[in-house]
Design a protein around this ligand. Sequence first.
Ligand SMILES: Cc1cc2nc3c(=O)[nH]c(=O)nc-3n(C[C@H](O)[C@H](O)[C@H](O)COP(=O)(O)OP(=O)(O)OC[C@H]3O[C@@H](n4cnc5c(N)ncnc54)[C@H](O)[C@@H]3O)c2cc1C
Length: 399
Amino acid sequence: MDLRLPDHLRMLRETVARFVRKELIPLEPMVIRRECERGLADTPLLDPTSEHHLKEETQKLGLWGIDVPEDHGGQDLGALAKCVVVEQMKYSITPFVIPPDSPNLYLLSDCCTPEQRERYLIPYARGEKTSCLALTEPGAGSDAAAIRARAKRDGGDWVLSGTKIFISNAKKSDFIIVLAVADAVPGSEGGITAFLVDRDTPGLSIPSSFPTIGEYHPYEVHLDGVRLSDDQVLGPVGKAFGPVQKRLSLRRAEIGARCVGLAQRCLDMMIEQARTRQTFGKPLADRQAVQWWIADTYREIRITRLLTYALAARIDRGDADIRRDAAMLKVQATEMVGRAVDRAIQLFGAMGVSKELPLEYMYRLVRVYRIVEGPSEIHRWIIARDLLKHGGEGMAHEY
Ligand SMILES: Cc1cc2nc3c(=O)[nH]c(=O)nc-3n(C[C@H](O)[C@H](O)[C@H](O)COP(=O)(O)OP(=O)(O)OC[C@H]3O[C@@H](n4cnc5c(N)ncnc54)[C@H](O)[C@@H]3O)c2cc1C
């Protein structure tokens, strides 16, 4: 069994790594400064000129649409390639995402009708339109089945009402995928259903936002009698959970890659500092406490990278049930990167907590990862529930 990436992915990795060092790392001081200066406002951390430049450069390098299917105008390299790219991109804290942001892509690919494909999927896949997912509500976060947003049948239309909170990117999205409980219709008992809602649809408003730890600034999305035709229903009525779960699993693979990239940066910084910083006449590298931080961070990165690639490979293989592996990776990766950043800060001392270095930004950034896309406790529950139901035997057959 060869655990090395194939040559084309190794080349892709090198291309992205060069781009990150040339373009993203130099922007970090600007990102840190803009984050301090924006206070409670939702000012983007990348200025529009830099964002435009990064889009142009990544397009020139052929990095757009890595995992977009060929018939949607993409490169069809799959989830593993996407994770390889994301891992390298997250070596830097500069918050730039190469279009399109994948998880909604998979949801749209699975569910779009031919008309929706032309109107939403293709422009989204080309990076011409942006979108977000609105699931969470004041009374339903981890427990997604408890959502109260309603889609009532009225004449031949749907009328959506409810409130969504903590919705990332809502303000800059061209369309929002909204989850709501739909009335029964012929052929369906109703239930949780996905709707494609253009941001400028009458009745949809974004009244407030949530300045949040780190770079995040999600929004409240209010739906007040939003009238939609059947054309705006994404997938079968009452059956949104299956495709949404797949979307969430893909996001979890990508979060694994993000955490590996960030932790790798911490490790490289720790090694460099340990070699050069002298205390009491000796480099930090000579101290056993420091050696253990470095050894443990390396060990945990290796484990997490393997789990990330393994999950991505399962997604590319089309394996049906990847929820347990996605849950396992989400816990492992997000807790691993928290430990890595914490050790790096400790090793750097005062410089570690200063805004001279990207570590304090990372420290706040990664804290969110243990909550978004499902808190660690829910993922541990998913793993345990699955094992207790099916037993833990025979897992070697996975390989
Ligand atoms: C920055 C940010 C961006 C976000 N972006 C989006 C977005 O784009 N779209 C969207 O729909 N949502 C988004 N969310 C919401 C996010 O998905 C939810 O916060 C998350 O699912 C947890 O829900 P909750 O916050 O309501 O916590 P709750 O469900 O209230 O849970 C609180 C805590 O209780 C514990 N807990 C809950 N249930 C159990 C259990 N069964 N067993 C053990 N412990 C339990 C966990 O520790 C959990 O952290 C975002 C959140 C943040 C912070």
